[in-house]
Design a protein around this ligand. Structure first.
Ligand code: A3P
Length: 324
């Protein structure tokens, strides 16, 4: 088992020595692997996933670029999948916080030594990942595999603002803060953990167009506008549609309320609790909840900055059928 671990470290060191590197938003450096920027810690997680993760046919993955709604979707997926197991008024989400509800594959695969097997999770197993579609093993992504993906995307300018705030909170204390103008420049050039943003979104968008039964593509803004409609879509996709009796009984609205920004951000566990992703990454739960609004970018971007991002988005998404 020690050998397994050493092999991963050696492989990672060999790869890192050959790859282009840039300034990281949280750690000093990130590395460009197959078109996407990764920090060394999650890169090691990716290697572990490729070598040791065994997807089960019923697995459901929540995938997203950072700060696009993972916390919210995590809560919704967990509450929906387990609605017959737990009472909504006395729910584990009240105590564990959304990030305790199910594992982040990227980091938690390396929490147990040498790799976490996840055998203890109930079926369907739920996992979150920020990795781009094309970086994941085909055992998870190929249309012939029956695993499912729920992808949530967000308007890029709001994703940038949210990510800049969050990364400065979790940024290594030995580093100087990342100034907004620098983050903006890096983001526009595609340089940030798990990015470029646009290629990340397009990878899942295209795959969802090819295999809609395998990938559900959601937007943060649609969820803010009509949470119940999006939740019903989600439940159906997960193979657990709400029954007429459940709908009449208000279960959909109850889950929406349980998982709302207002409810979750005011829970004790999300004010004082801490999420330990691995030995190097601990995040205070309160940092996952900032404003939860659409359009906060207006408080940060000049007209010129807005125009530049919008024009990048337009160019990248041209002919894709996707608008953000
Ligand atoms: P803001 O920084 O714009 O407020 P992620 O969960 O993927 O890390 O994304 C974090 C963003 O989602 C933050 O956005 C956060 O405030 C918002 N968020 C967290 N929980 C939410 C919820 N239950 N409903 C809506 N937005 C939520």
């Amino acid at each position: 088992e020690q050998q397994v671990y050493n092999n991963l470290d050696e492989k990672l060191d060999r790869l890192l020595a050959t790859l282009p590197k840039a300034k990281g938003w949280r750690s000093p450096n990130i590395f460009l692997h197959k078109g996407f920027w990764l920090s060394p810690t999650v890169f090691k997680g990716l290697l572990a996933i490729h070598e040791y993760f065994h997807p089960q046919p019923t697995d459901i993955f929540l995938a997203a670029f950072m700060k696009c709604g993972t916390t919210w979707l995590r809560a919704l997926m967990f509450a929906t999948a387990n609605r017959h197991r737990y009472n909504l008024s006395d729910h584990p989400l009240h105590r564990t916080g959304p990030h305790g509800a199910f594992p982040s594959l990227d980091t938690q695969i390396l929490v147990d030594f040498p790799v976490t097997k996840f055998d203890h999770l109930p079926s369907p197993r739920l996992f979150a990942t920020h990795f781009a579609h094309d970086l994941l093993p085909t055992s998870m992504t190929a249309p012939r595999s029956t695993c499912k993906f729920v992808y949530v995307c967000r308007e890029p300018k709001d994703a940038l603002i949210s990510k800049w705030h969050f990364m400065n909170k979790v940024r290594s204390k030995e580093l100087t803060p990342l100034l907004f103008n620098e983050a903006y420049e890096l983001f526009c050039n595609g340089v940030s953990e798990y990015g470029p943003f646009w290629e990340h979104v397009l990878g899942y968008w295209k795959a969802s167009q090819e295999s809609p039964e395998k990938i559900l593509f959601l937007k943060y803004e649609d969820m803010k506008k009509e949470p119940s409609v999006e939740l019903k879509k989600l439940a159906e996709f997960m193979g657990m549609p709400f029954t007429a009796a459940e709908e009449e009984g208000g279960v959909v609205e109850e889950i929406v309320k349980l998982c709302s920004f207002e409810n979750l951000s005011n829970l004790e566990v999300n004010k004082d609790g801490v999420q330990k992703f691995n030995t190097q990454l601990m995040v205070e739960n309160r940092d996952f909840f900032r404003k939860g609004k659409v359009g906060d970018w207006k408080n940060y971007l000049t007209e010129e900055m807005r125009e530049r991002i919008d024009s990048i988005t337009e160019t990248k998404l041209k002919d894709s059928g996707l608008s953000l």
